[in-house]
Write a protein of this length. Structure first.
Length: 134
């Protein structure tokens, strides 16, 4: 297992409102590594999206096999992907704090990490995990 593929999603009911995240991780052969959904309290959609990335990185940091070479994240939030990739500026201070957490975790993991936007229809498992956590 050299590469992990991570699908994350986050959402809130009301924006802001009750929020949840979903994380679905598979190895390069498509075998499930982690399937997790959980409530995160009251939040906005964007904070929930970022929180899912933070939680996935925390889980990988603690549980990852030593032979992982890369992490490929797939999210249906173009805003989050473009901010993480440095294309869009981050004006919101809460989002800036979450990005700082992500960057610190990336350094601690010390592997090649990439973020990619996908249509919502290709993020069905993570979306399902979010919606079933409410």
């Amino acid at each position: 297992m050299n590469n992990l593929v991570i699908y994350t999603d986050g959402g809130s009911r009301g924006n802001p409102g009750p929020a949840a995240i979903g994380i679905y991780i598979v190895d390069e052969n498509g075998l499930e590594v982690l399937k997790m959904g959980k409530q995160i309290g009251n939040s906005t959609n964007n904070i929930a999206e970022y929180s899912a990335v933070v939680e996935a990185l925390k889980w990988i940091k603690v549980n990852r096999p030593n032979n992982i070479q890369s992490l490929k994240f797939f999210l249906d939030s173009s805003l989050v992907v473009n901010q993480l990739n440095g294309i869009f500026k981050i004006k919101n201070s809460k989002l800036r704090n979450l990005i700082l957490k992500i960057k610190i975790l990336e350094q601690e993991i010390n592997k090649k990490i990439s973020y990619h936007h996908i249509p919502r229809g290709k993020n069905k498992v993570a979306d399902f995990l979010v919606n079933n956590s409410f």
